[in-house]
Write a protein that binds this ligand. Sequence first.
Ligand code: SAJ
Length: 425
Amino acid sequence: MKKICVIGLGYIGLPTAAIFARAGYDIVGVDVSERVVNSLNKGIVTIEEAGLPELVKEAVEKGKLRASLTPEEADVFIIAVPTPIHEDYTANVDYVINATKAIVPFVKKGDVVIVESTIPPRTMDDVVAPILQEAGLDVQNDIFLAHCPERVLPGRILIELIENTRIVGGTTPVAAKKAADVYRAIVTGDVIETEALTAEMSKLMENTFRDVNIALANELAKISAKLGVNAHHVIELANKHPRVNIHQPGPGVGGHCLAVDPYFIVEKARNESVLIKLSRDINNSMPEFVVEKIEELTVQIEKPKIAVLGLTYKGNIDDVRESPAIEIYQLLANNPRFETVAHDPHVQQDQVAFPLLSLEDALHDANVAVVLADHNEFKTLNSQYVASKMKTPVVFDTKNCTNLDNDYLTLYKIGDLSGLKPIQL
Ligand code: SAJ
């Protein structure tokens, strides 16, 4: 086994391709975007991920990694394309279908075909396998088809791709073994073989577990605001129990994983997925909760200026997909009562449809600064500096990440809102 064809050069496909290239495999990465293909062939990476630019540059220079718009013959095919969600919250598996169809002419007897994209339960058996089967490939005997869900955390992808346990679900036991062996070449964690449906469900339940637990924390934040208790202290103390791990409340749950994957389960077992659906609703309600609190704070100000600090779905990344911060910005910007400005040191102007300001310009004469991402830059914000720029120095930290000093400004946190008072001019 020498050559691997990776379809989809995004947040998962590209690092995966680069790691296999470093391990000595010949990699051709395939993407539908000419921009991505051209940059990669120059050794340039178009996404922000720690260590990735250096790794890709080296692999391209050594001739181990190159990009193409079309697939090629290979020993292993890895499909790592997005599975977005339709407006009705059902999964859009079109990219997986298209990628599978695209590799059909190049797959030969003995090849391993792996889907890493997150997919609804039964997609391998009901969607992917039939496409290959209908093209004349015997998925029971001739090729080895498996689902190996990616499980890496953005920001730690290169470490987690190697160290995390991998679950490999084969459409047959032999396929599971063959696909698992592919990963054993690069993974230091365990590589566990199972069947496709179990792999699909385990991946979805990992993110659902987190989403449900965050919903519990967000509900606690709302309850705490009502009862006059500090949710951050409550969580800290409850988590001293050896079997309790309440997650952190925030402005909502974003990203293309936690905010999406639970719906893939709901779609297939609607009546049974009551808690999973309710948790999604609770997390989806957080942007409005944040905006309501900003309204309460600024009720006595004529045209309050709100500085939105952070637009990504979490800290220290450049990803604004499904970001609750973007939703909060839009809710504020669509309300003519507010003057809304935004700053994010990790986001480029072409990623968003509204102007991005420097920190200084965003804070200038602002009435409220609302922190929506736990970027390192915000953890180290200087209280005197922030207070000196703002008209009324009030910071609403929805990520409980700042280390600001109440002597210079008024600081509210998402889990500690009981003392919230309208700003007096
Ligand atoms: N969040 C909270 N409170 C918390 C933890 C997270 O509000 O206590 C929010 C974050 O701010 C963010 C969202 O949840 O908006 C998701 O962030 P995350 O760091 O939990 O996860 P992702 O979406 O970046 O990556 C997840 C990971 N899954 C798990 O940790 C179970 C990752 O390992 C998966 O590979 C990834 O989903 C994926 O691709 O499925």
